[in-house]
Design a binder for this molecule. Sequence first.
Ligand SMILES: Nc1ncnc2c1ncn2[C@@H]1O[C@H](COP(=O)(O)OP(=O)(O)O)[C@@H](O)[C@H]1O
Ligand SMILES: [Mg+2]
Length: 319
Amino acid sequence: MIQVTNLTKRYGPVLAVDDVSFHVERGGVVGFLGPNGAGKTTTLRILSCYQPATRGSATVRGFDVFGQSMEVRRLVGYLPESAPLYPEMRSREYLNFRGKLRGMDSQECRAAINRVTERCWLGEFIDRPIGHLSKGMKQRVGLADAIMHNPEVLILDEPTIGLDPVQIRETRNLIKELGEDHTILLSSHILHEVEQTCDRTIIIAAGRIVATGSPQELRDQLSAKARVVAEVQGPIEEVRGAVQGLEGVLNVEATSSDGWVRLAVEPEPQRDVREALFRLTASKSWTLRELRREGATLEDFFVQVTARQQQAVIHTDNR
Ligand SMILES: Nc1ncnc2c1ncn2[C@@H]1O[C@H](COP(=O)(O)OP(=O)(O)O)[C@@H](O)[C@H]1O
Ligand SMILES: [Mg+2]
């Protein structure tokens, strides 16, 4: 549905997006995750025809965002980071005004407003002045505006930023519901949010894509790196040597206190050495009082990949 190829955007000396390529299939919610300044907003603005790229291309359902921007605008609903709403207008007036801008006549506007009021749970708030609405409710008006023209694709830039926990949960649920019949690309700097809302994640840091996959796939990459932690009663050097000798063990750290040896075992990728470790301690009659696998968390992964990228940029800058 969305295809981005070697996209680059410079603001003068600032390289905001650096040779980025990714694609988004039809249907479902895709998270565009990265720390502040990673290039998320820049990429989303290019995709929704708000600004041109310096190099590379992007298409939505085959239409080029630069050369065929009218078609793309029809296909895409865009919710910017802070939706520009007029506080003195009532929601209904605002949506009517936006519909007219999109070339809808009064009847089409009325029908669209009824539809989006229901889809975005606006209820009686549709007739309140926007200035009187809570931030969460304003965000719903922004979403309602984004789907007024029945777009197939929704591009949402940090849709829950600045909301309180209850509003965040409501907005997430609304996005999930909209994801049932739209293709959604949403940006966030919060890992937890993307894990909760998205089927697939694209991680960007310092203008480059550093990882993609479903939250589960990203977690699998991590469990490949899981360590095994054990506590064994036995002579430390002998324990260390025997564990190091097990098949599939790359590295062993051993420390001892009160006669107990604490082991941190790094196995080969995709390998679980817990059973072998248990059999070893049993055959040597060493008492085993703890044995567990310790996976890195998705958060560790996020911090790691983004920090690595940040550092690579600092190195390039110094050259
Ligand atoms: N209009 C602009 N002029 C100059 N630099 C910009 C502009 N917009 C963004 N940047 C810079 O580009 C980089 C990426 O910004 P942005 O796309 O807003 O990141 P994100 O949305 O991931 O926080 C940042 O270093 C930011 O300071
Ligand atoms: Mg941003």
